[in-house]
Design a protein around this ligand. Structure first.
Ligand code: GDP
Ligand code: CA
Length: 321
């Protein structure tokens, strides 16, 4: 079975680990979000691609969910001693090596998709990981700074990591997306898929950004295979992080049903909500999306694998309908 998964960082990566357990023989292609990418210290950093690569390749800091295991921060401290920041972005010594290799290859003229493949030669994530695009896309957020009242547009990482989403996101813009082309292999993988899954990744700044690359949304809608998603919102709040802030920016309430409606029946065939949101099933089904309530907390690998099985079961139900 060929499965295509659109993934952000932590939510996507943890789900993928469950999917590999649930479906060990599946041929899995991951289309990764690159809207979070940022240039720091002259290096190209791709947080979501790396979270997927490290998680599936066994190099992730498990407690944190991002960054490397056994990490040290000497380089960051040395840079800070020169007054060179930003200090709010946690880049460890081991992690730096990845960004150095990536930047070196990009400077030599390789596209990001080829660079990602080369990095995965080391990590062997067991999936084909393709960035959504080789073109530069950067998610920016419009905010009003509380002290000065100044309206500013800042990089998503500055909003998320430095400000910890403490002010309202007034708009979220995937800058460059409208000019970006899907990376080689993206549309082909979608066209050849048997099932397409949206893991419980952020619907706005992870999956929404991937869908903003012209051609990808259309290819999924036209693929003619089941498209099933899992809600990142459980009990009217994100399980982790601050997805409610960016959902508000696009006028979507933070409920499992509203996120399903935001994707819409033109895209989604099936949607899983958590058992605490069982009352949302009727609303989602009346929007033309088949819906089931099952436990959606990825507390361990077994729980994530059960979620993946439920998603594949719902996909088969939709296919048979
Ligand atoms: P990021 O790029 O690291 O923010 O990761 P993603 O976009 O892939 O996933 C973030 C989303 O995952 C957040 O909105 C969380 O609510 C959601 N999430 C994290 N852990 C869980 C979980 O155990 N269950 C569910 N249903 N969602 C989760
Ligand atoms: Ca991310």
């Amino acid at each position: 079975m060929r499965i295509v998964v659109l993934a952000g960082g932590i939510g996507g990566a943890r789900f993928l680990r469950g999917l590999q357990r649930a479906s060990p023989d599946a041929d899995i292609t991951v289309i990764g979000n690159t809207g979070d990418d940022i240039h720091l210290f002259g290096l190209k950093v791709c947080p979501d691609l790396d979270t997927v690569m490290y998680t599936l390749g066994g190099g992730i800091n498990e407690e944190q969910g991002w960054g490397r295991t056994d990490e040290t921060f000497h380089l960051k401290e040395e840079l800070a001693a020169y007054g060179v920041g930003p200090e709010w972005f946690g880049l460890g010594d081991r992690d730096f090596a990845t960004h150095i290799v990536r930047t070196q290859m990009l400077s030599a003229g390789f596209p990001l998709s080829a660079v990602t493949e080369a990095l995965c030669d080391r990590w062997k994530p067991g999936v084909r990981l393709i960035p959504m695009s080789d073109d530069r896309v950067e998610t920016h957020v419009a905010v009003t700074l509380p002290d000065s009242g100044e309206r500013k547009v800042i990089h998503f990482q500055e909003y998320w990591v430095r400000l910890r989403a403490s002010v309202a996101a007034e708009a979220v813009v995937p800058v460059g997306a409208d000019q970006a082309k899907p990376a080689p292999g993206v549309l082909e993988a979608i066209a050849e898929a048997d099932v397409i899954l949206f893991p419980p990744s952020n619907p706005v700044v992870s999956i929404g950004t991937i869908l903003a690359v012209p051609g990808i949304r259309e290819a999924i809608a036209d693929a003619g295979v089941p498209v099933v998603g899992l809600s990142p919102i459980v009990g009217d709040a994100p399980v982790r992080g601050m997805a409610d802030k960016v959902l508000a920016a696009v006028g979507v309430e933070s409920t499992a049903a509203a996120v399903a409606e935001h994707y819409g029946s033109g895209l989604l065939d099936g949607w899983l909500v958590d058992t605490v949101d069982a009352s949302a099933v009727e609303r989602v089904e009346s929007a033309g999306i088949r819906c089931r309530a099952v436990p959606l907390l990825m507390s361990d690998l077994d729980a994530s694998a059960r979620m993946a099985r439920e998603a594949l079961t719902l996909a088969e139900e939709v296919r048979g309908a």
